[in-house]
Design a protein around this ligand. Structure first.
Ligand code: LLP
Length: 418
């Protein structure tokens, strides 16, 4: 385990977490290099056997050092904005392994991605296809396209992160996709190369993935009958991780379950994992400011908040919380931050040891959608990010300063008059 206790102290690899806290202050995100490597290799190993491609979902954790770690092992990138493409390029991605999803790509973003020469655009609507055709022609290029189809399967996960149902804003319904492909195949600026689906996130069962692939394969066969042959089948991301006691399938199990079907159609399998690569490679470290007792309730007020780690407030998500120095006793407490919102909590009614002011707490499984979703709400500078490799640690993003909070803002001159 990359995060484990030695002599009553929590370590990340060979570095005591408290040593990092002393050096960089709190709160901060902490990532383990070796856990990132293990996370991406769990996909690269089985996929390389069948010539597949891993496009890491940059949105889960877009820190340059994290991206660089994954790209250096051979991962590509799944991006959803020009900003993510910029980051991926900065981190040295192989652009031939970049796929671009999202329901609202702008013309500027399309042109940028075309100039960079990405692998394909995962197109989500007819109008988007028409605009991409136009932009590509203006650039003197053909845009490689996969249609994102919506297989209408229930991923049995949190409704906010389930995307493959008919009523969702994502993708094109499977029944309508054939017509869209016919249309695309006649467009001057479009080259049809693949098919894409992504049904949701934090999925802990194999069957929704397999059902989705089956539905998409049916369409692949129908397309072939119409003379439309494809190269790539991108099945998205979505494999869950263990936050508490979940038992998600491994990447290898999923790949084994679908590989034959995909290969027998001569397709290259693409996967876009995010959470399952980085989620358990990171934690969020926060310090207890106050122990507040109210009637018969205990609050541990910590210096980290919903603006730093939004998942508990946003999805009522469970993140395990452990003390950085082992403590005895048992208290049922709410772990809350300083932000002025009732929803600002990291845990509610949680059984925790007796903790004192000044103690450090580690919020586990925070490597995915942690820092990436953080904000400056309540004018809180965003925290720093640290990468540990063996017995060394590196600050891979500085803590913001107050000056950073107002960067780019200005007061119009008329307001300066008194
Ligand atoms: N591909 C597409 C098209 C996606 O929309 C997503 C995630 C992924 C891949 C990566 O999915 P993953 O392997 O990470 O499950 N903020 C939420 C999760 C939102 C997921 C959005 N899309 C959370 O904190 O749970």
């Amino acid at each position: 385990m990359v995060f484990s206790y030695k002599g009553g102290e929590l370590y990340c690899e060979d570095v005591p977490v408290s040593k990092i806290a002393d050096a960089v202050g709190t709160p901060f995100y902490l990532y383990s290099y070796s856990a990132l490597i293990d996370g991406i290799k769990a996909y690269l190993r089985p996929l390389s056997r069948i010539g597949g491609i891993v496009c890491y979902a940059v949105k889960a954790n877009s820190n340059l050092a994290v991206l660089r770690t994954l790209f250096r092992e051979g991962a590509g990138a799944d991006i959803v904005s020009g900003g993510e493409l910029f980051r991926a390029v900065r981190a040295g991605v192989d652009v031939k392994k970049v796929v671009f999803a999202g329901v609202g790509k702008t013309e500027e973003e399309m042109a940028y991605a075309l100039r960079m020469g990405i692998l394909m655009f995962n197109v989500e609507s007819v109008q988007e296809l028409e605009v991409l055709d136009k932009v590509a022609q203006a650039e003197g290029k053909k845009a490689p396209v996969a249609v994102r189809v919506n297989p209408d399967v229930d991923p049995q996960t949190h409704p906010y992160i389930s995307t493959g149902l008919k009523e969702s804003k994502f993708g094109i319904d499977v029944d309508e996709a054939l017509d869209v492909y016919m249309m695309a195949s006649k467009m001057e600026g479009i080259e049809v190369v693949g098919i894409h689906c992504h049904i949701g996130s934090q999925i802990t069962k194999l069957s929704p993935f397999v059902d989705a692939v089956d539905r998409v394969i049916e369409l692949v066969d129908r397309l072939k009958d119409k003379g439309i042959g494809l190269k790539y089948m991108d099945i998205g991301g979505g494999i869950g991780i263990r936050y508490k006691d979940e038992e998600p399938p491994t990447p290898e199990q999923l790949i084994d379950a679908v590989a034959d079907r995909v290969k027998s159609r001569g397709l290259t399998l693409i996967m876009e994992p995010g959470r399952s690569v980085v989620g358990n490679a990171g934690l969020f470290v926060t310090r207890v400011l106050y122990v507040k007792k109210k009637q018969n309730k205990t609050f541990y007020v910590v210096d980290g908040a919903m603006n730093d780690l939004a998942r508990p407030a946003l999805y009522n998500a469970y993140h395990e919380i452990v003390p950085v120095k082992e403590r005895g006793g048992s208290v049922v407490a709410d772990v809350v931050g300083p932000v002025c919102e009732t929803g600002d909590f990291l845990a509610k009614g949680r059984e925790l040891p007796e903790i004192e002011r000044g103690d450090l707490l580690a919020v586990m499984s925070a490597g995915a959608y942690g820092f990436a979703m953080s904000s400056n709400y309540n004018s809180r500078p965003r925290v720093c990010e640290v990468l540990v490799k063996g017995d060394q640690f590196f600050v891979v993003r500085e803590r913001e300063r107050y000056e950073d909070l107002v960067r780019g803002e200005s007061i119009p001159t008329f307001l300066l008059e008194v």
